[in-house]
Design a protein around this ligand. Structure first.
Ligand code: NAD
Length: 251
């Protein structure tokens, strides 16, 4: 009955050139969604779109930095003009460079908060009038299990991801009466190419050892949770944080 969960629905997904966002795009395409793929890595993002829909009719790549409000306003109004509606927004783009707190510059702090948190202010403020007007919308914000754990050398990152949970909860209360659902996901240590730059194999083994499920969490695990939160399967949920970490943190 629920084989295809997003038939003809329009979804905006950020950070689709790689990793989790790319897998969300792939799974959503499989479930019938029409996709606007947003990333600052234009070439790799176009490759994602081409792999899903070479004709460019059901998946289009847009070169965009999630800190650029005028570009966000533009893509949202053009999507509504060309495709009639926006049903789903996935705020996934994010960065996670390590930096010791005592030597962290204000610029590094601001960059982290601007990309990982302020971008979600921009996207949601830009799309919500449309969703409220239709009395329909699903928004999924990607946070991180590190918020529950606290992690050294990632103070700015963990602060940004805690902000994502706070924003999600408060905004879900503000717009729930308009039938707009806003939830977030806290992924655990997910196997993506980008992790190689920030964690060693030994650290990864230590993460897995702390999980209940003794395997790597994969992008598809997060994509499935995003699909659930974007579809009618989660119609009774808003303001929630879905933890997908192999049973590392239980709360
Ligand atoms: N991989 C993990 O273990 C893990 C765990 C918890 C949370 N997360 C979160 O999941 C999300 C995706 O992470 P990932 O591991 O897939 O990372 P990734 O580096 O593989 O992919 C992130 C994508 O976002 C894009 N991006 C980054 N900054 C951008 C900007 N300013 N504007 C537009 N696009 C931008 C990148 O180009 C890239 O394509 C992030 O929010 C991350 O914090 C990841």
């Amino acid at each position: 009955m629920y084989h295809v969960l997003l038939e003809q629905q329009v979804a905006l997904v950020t950070g689709t050139a790689a990793g989790i966002g790319q897998e969300i795009a792939r799974l959503f395409a499989e479930h019938g969604a029409r996709l606007v793929l947003l990333d600052r890595n234009a070439e790799a993002n176009q490759a994602t779109a081409d792999s899903l829909d070479p004709a460019g009719k059901r998946a289009i790549a847009v070169h965009l930095d999630v800190r650029d409000r005028p570009a966000i306003d533009r893509v949202i109004s053009e999507t509504i003009r060309d495709w009639g509606a926006i049903d789903v927004l996935i705020n996934n783009a994010g960065v996670y460079p390590r930096q010791e707190f005592l030597t962290m510059t204000e610029g590094q702090w601001d960059e982290m908060l601007d990309i990982n948190l302020k971008s979600m202010f921009h996207f949601q403020q830009a799309v919500l009038p449309h969703m409220i007007g239709r009395r329909r919308g699903k928004i999924v914000n990607i946070s991180s299990v590190t918020f529950h754990l606290g992690i050294p050398n990632l103070v700015h990152y963990v602060a940004s991801k805690g902000g994502v949970i706070g924003l999600t909860r408060s905004l879900a209360r503000e717009v729930g009466a308009h039938n707009v659902h806003i939830n977030c996901i806290t992924p655990g240590a997910v196997l993506v190419e980008a992790e190689k730059a920030v964690v060693s194999d030994e650290q990864v083994r230590a993460f897995v050892a702390q999980q209940s499920l003794q395997r790597r969490i994969l992008p598809i695990d997060i994509a499935r949770a995003a699909l659930f939160l974007s579809s009618e399967l989660s119609d009774g949920m808003t303001g929630q944080t879905l933890n997908v970490d192999g049973g590392w943190v239980m709360h």
